[in-house]
Design a protein around this ligand. Sequence first.
Ligand code: AMP
Length: 132
Amino acid sequence: MTSIFSKIVKGEIPSHKIAEDDNYLAFLDINPLAKGHTLVIPKREVDYIFDMDDDLLAGIQVFSKKVAKAIEKVVPCKRIGIAVLGLEVPHAHIHLIPINRLEDINFGRPKLQFSNEELAETAASIRQVLEK
Ligand code: AMP
């Protein structure tokens, strides 16, 4: 079955895109733990991140680094935390989350609510940094 993230890759459902290349796509999480919470996925659908081939897995880290550095410039934080869960969406993804303290990356706590406009604005600001 096509994952919801593959539908985002194909443009069948909307997302707030941050960056993409031939192999990877980064977009904002719709139920974020923090402003700027971003997901990075391989465009090729693989469920479990450790089933990705070595080159694709290495590449997603490098791609995520570039995205994380841009998020940092838009969302003041101590650092960008990374997490991999995959318990909800069976398409490998890395969470990039601006954090200041441990509880900022606690997936058990209630998610933040941002309007579509706020998400669009955040995504545009991060894209702007990447374009520089
Ligand atoms: P997990 O699979 O446990 O890593 O969680 C999946 C994440 O994907 C959650 O943080 C969701 O908020 C996020 N998510 C689910 N559907 C979408 C979507 N259509 N656009 C952006 N983020 C999504």
